[in-house]
Design a protein around this ligand. Structure first.
Ligand code: 3HC
Length: 332
């Protein structure tokens, strides 16, 4: 196998699950209430390959497998795959306990049936054989993503749809190295994937209606709610969320309020599940910085909104990346 793209082929947000304590999880089937067209796509998706076994990649694998898709999780090294499996196992255990409170057999069978839908592979090309949908959740580097998709374009099933889970790079740029831009879109999940119900579907000009409908169908089958967005910086959520997180950092940097009080204020005064500093640590400070740096370079967003924040830059420089490294704005 060529090691082409695979220099740092790991999904973003490789968090340490052992450091995260969550309450138990109550599985709630999602009632979808949006008004998407009911056109049936020509190619119904059954086999999915996910590239990247970090928090996002593993989460996508899990949610797909839980909902009956056959999924292959691909990463460059077995140790990353093992880490991805740990993330999936920990999450499935929580869900099983919630879903089947006092029934250990039912818990076991839920976990086993989900895991039976998951295969893994460290061979980047073989991992996509027979795949109907390929979702990329690897490192946020344009060249690395383009290299992967270029190779896959030559080797994957010609009908396979390609999707990127990028949070910061233009889908049109990633896709332009392939000859299947009609079968290309963004599919942006949110952390933690098993819990967050949204998926943004990013259409580029070339994305065909059939591809779009297939992606709507697939996200609904994963019990997620899809929304649609053009290929604009940050799509919907990050375009609004990231400037808000930066503004919170600027507020604290000016000394207007402490980070603890800002977090308390936004939780109790605005109903946010996490304050902006908790959320920044949760997302990963390196991820945030790379999003903002990319936007600044791109020049499409108002400069004031993406002005750098010294504290964020310094934390990242010191390797304090948030929860995943044990320290960010808070210590874990
Ligand atoms: N697997 C399964 N279930 C999980 C889970 C996981 N990995 N993580 C959390 N959960 C479930 C819990 O089991 C619990 O379920 P319940 O409500 O049925 O009991 C529920 O989520 C809440 O978890 P906890 O009770 O343990 O903890 P909290 O109440 O503190 O919630 C949280 C944790 C869900 C992370 C919540 O704080 C939250 O929603 N935070 C905001 C997260 C957010 O904004 N994410 C988006 C970030 S932006 C992004 O991802 C885009 C990227 O491009 C940067």
């Amino acid at each position: 196998m060529s090691q082409f793209v695979l220099s740092s082929f790991r999904g973003r947000l490789t968090n340490n699950v052992t450091k995260i304590t969550f309450k138990t999880f109550l599985f709630r089937p999602l009632l979808l209430s949006h008004n998407f067209s009911t056109t049936t796509p020509n190619n119904s998706i059954q086999n999915i390959t996910v590239y990247g076994s970090g928090l996002m990649g593993a989460g996508i694998v899990q949610v797909a497998a839980q909902n009956g898709f056959k999924v292959t999780m691909v990463d460059i090294e077995q140790k990353f795959i093992d880490r991805g499996k740990e993330i999936i196992n920990a999450s499935l255990k929580r869900i099983a306990k919630k879903q089947h409170k006092d029934d250990e057999n039912a818990q076991k069978s839920f976990i086993e049936s989900t895991l039976s839908n998951i295969k893994t592979n460290t061979d980047s090309l073989k991992g996509a054989e027979n795949s109907d949908l390929i979702i990329e959740a690897i490192v946020e580097n344009l060249q690395t993503k383009q290299n992967l998709f270029k190779k896959l374009d030559e080797s994957a099933n010609s009908n396979a749809i390609f999707a990127s889970n990028t949070s910061s790079l233009p889908i049109s740029e990633i896709s332009k190295v392939t000859k299947r831009q009609d079968k290309f879109a963004g599919l942006h999940f949110f952390n933690p994937v098993p819990q967050m119900k949204l998926v943004e579907i990013i259409k580029i000009n070339q994305t065909s209606e059939d591809t779009y409908q297939s992606l709507i169908e697939v996200t609904k089958k994963m019990q997620k709610t899809p929304v649609t967005c053009k290929d604009t910086p940050g799509f919907i959520v990050n375009r609004l969320l990231v400037p808000y997180l930066l503004e919170a950092m600027r507020l604290a940097e000016r000394g207007d309020a402490s980070i603890e009080d800002v977090d308390t204020a936004m939780k109790l005064g605005a109903g946010m599940p996490m304050g902006p500093f908790e959320l920044s640590d949760f997302v990963g400070l390196d991820t945030l910085k790379s999003i903002v740096d990319g936007w600044r370079k791109d020049g499409k967003i108002d400069a004031g909104l993406v002005a750098s924040v010294k504290k964020l830059d310094n934390l990242v420089k010191d390797g304090k990346l948030g929860r995943k490294s044990g320290e960010g704005f808070y210590t874990y």
